[in-house]
Ligand binder design. Structure first.
Ligand code: PHB
Length: 391
C-alpha cells in the first residue's frame, strides 16, 4: 500500500533534480538561434550562413561571460510561415537569447513582430530590403541594403558614360528597392530608363524579356536577382547574344555571387557590379577568412552571405560579453555602435538606425589563375543606407 507512495515521491524528487539540472544547464548556456534556408532553392545561402557562423565560433572560442555558446540551426526552407514558427519555438522552448539569419526579406518581415513581443534581438545577416530595420526596434543588420549598393552603381554608370539602361529585377521587396533606388539615382544623374521589368522569385524565365532587351538595344542591362539565381540570368544573357549585340550587363553584386561565379565562368567576364563584399578583397583579414572558410568546407569560396553571418556572430558575441551573457535590451544596446574590421573592410552598426554602414566597391569579373573573381577597382567609403534618409 505504501510502496506506490514511496515510488511517487522518489519520482518527484528525481524530476525536481532534473529540472534544477536543466535550469542550470540553461543558465550556463548562451543560445543563438540561426534561421537559414537549408533546403529548397536557396539552400546554397543556408550552407554559406551556417558554415560561416560555425567557423566564427571555432576561431573565437565558444565561451562568453562564463557561458558556453550554443548555436541552434533551423531550416526555414525559405518560407515566411516556417521562419516565424521556428522563431517562436526557439524563443519559447530553446530560450535563445538572440535570433539570427533571415536569408530572404519576407522571412525577416514575418519574424519581426515576434522579436518585438519577446524583446529578443534579431540579427539580420542576409536580407537586404531597407525597411527591414524599421519593422522592429530589436532588429540589427549585418548584411547590406540593396539601396546602398545600387545607388553607388548608378553613380558609377553615369560617370562611365552609360546613358540608356533597361532594368530587370526579381519581383519582391529587395528587387523593388533595387529598381527604385537605381532608377531614381540614375535619372537624377541624367540617365534614362528605357524599360523596367520584374520577374517572379520562384522559377523565373528570363528568355522572353531578354529578347526584347536585345531589340531595344540599351547601352546596358541593370539587373538584380537574389544569391544563387545569377547563373540562369547570365547563361540566358549570353545565349541570347546580348553581349555580342554590345549590351553591357551591370548588376547588384548578388548576380555574380562568389559561390557560383566559377560555375558561370567566361559568360560572366567583364560584368560590372557594386557590392560590399568580394572574396577577392585584398586585405589580410579577408585572405585569412577565405582560407579558413575553404579549409572548413572542403573548398567552398565564401560569398556575402557567409560574411554577413560571420559578422553577425561577431556582433552577437561581442555584445554578449558587454551584457555579461544577458539577453533582451542589454544585449541589443551592446550591439549598437559596434565598429570593427570585417573581411569586407570596416563595418559600423549605426546606433541610430541599427543598420550596417560599410564600404561599397565597384568590381569587374576577371579571370586569374583559372578562377573567376569580382575584382574591386573603386571604393566608396562608409556608405549609409539611403533608404533611411527621410526627405
Ligand atoms: C533578400 O531577400 O533580401 C535578398 C536575398 C538574397 C540577396 C539579396 C537580397 O542576394
Amino acid at each position: 500500500m505504501s510502496q506506490p507512495h514511496v515510488d511517487r515521491r522518489r519520482l518527484l524528487a528525481a524530476a525536481a533534480l532534473l529540472a534544477v539540472g536543466s535550469a542550470r544547464a540553461q543558465e550556463d548556456t548562451f543560445r543563438i538561434g540561426l534561421l537559414a534556408p537549408m533546403s529548397g532553392p536557396f539552400a546554397s545561402t543556408g550552407r554559406q550562413m551556417e558554415a560561416a557562423a560555425r567557423l566564427y565560433l571555432a576561431k573565437h572560442g565558444d565561451k562568453v561571460a562564463g557561458k558556453r555558446i550554443e548555436l541552434i540551426v533551423k531550416d526555414d526552407t525559405g518560407t515566411p510561415d516556417q521562419a516565424k514558427r521556428l522563431a517562436q519555438e526557439l524563443i519559447v522552448n530553446d530560450k535563445v537569447k538572440v535570433l539570427a539569419g533571415f536569408g530572404l526579406t519576407p522571412l525577416a518581415f514575418a519574424t519581426a513582430p515576434i522579436a518585438t513581443q519577446a524583446k529578443t534581438p534579431m540579427v539580420v545577416t542576409a536580407a537586404a530590403t531597407s525597411s527591414i530595420t524599421e519593422a522592429s526596434p530589436f532588429i540589427v543588420r549585418t548584411s547590406f541594403t540593396a539601396a546602398q549598393v545600387v545607388t553607388t552603381l548608378a553613380d558609377w554608370a553615369r560617370r562611365d558614360g552609360i546613358k540608356r539602361v533597361t532594368s530587370l529585377v526579381t519581383d519582391y521587396a529587395p528587387g523593388i528597392d533595387a529598381e527604385k533606388y537605381f532608377s531614381e539615382r540614375f535619372i537624377a544623374g541624367g540617365g534614362q530608363i528605357v524599360e523596367a521589368v520584374r520577374v517572379p522569385l520562384r522559377n523565373p524565365d528570363f528568355a522572353p524579356f531578354l529578347q526584347r532587351v536585345r531589340d531595344a538595344k540599351p547601352a546596358a542591362l541593370f539587373a538584380f536577382v537574389p544569391a544563387g539565381v545569377g547563373s540562369a540570368l547570365m547563361k540566358q544573357f549570353t545565349e541570347r547574344g546580348l553581349d555580342k549585340a554590345g549590351i553591357r550587363l551591370i548588376a547588384e553584386g548578388s548576380v555574380t555571387d562568389d559561390d557560383i561565379l566559377n560555375a558561370m565562368g567566361d559568360a560572366a567576364l567583364g560584368v560590372v557590379t557594386a557590392h560590399h563584399y568580394s572574396a577577392a578583397h585584398p586585405s589580410a583579414a579577408n585572405k585569412a577568412f577565405v582560407e579558413a572558410f575553404g579549409a572548413a568546407t572542403g573548398g567552398l569560396r565564401p560569398n556575402f552571405m557567409a560574411v554577413g553571418a560571420w559578422d553577425g556572430m561577431r556582433v552577437i558575441c561581442e555584445a554578449a560579453k558587454v551584457a555579461q551573457g544577458a539577453g533582451g535590451q542589454a544585449l541589443l544596446d551592446a550591439m549598437k555602435g559596434q565598429s570593427f574590421e570585417s573581411p569586407r573592410g570596416p563595418v559600423t552598426i549605426d546606433p541610430a538606425t541599427r543598420d550596417v554602414v560599410h564600404n561599397v566597391y565597384i568590381r569587374k569579373v576577371e579571370k586569374s589563375a583559372g578562377q573567376w573573381w569580382n575584382q574591386e577597382f573603386a571604393t566608396v567609403p562608409n556608405v549609409k543606407d539611403p533608404g533611411k534618409a527621410k526627405p
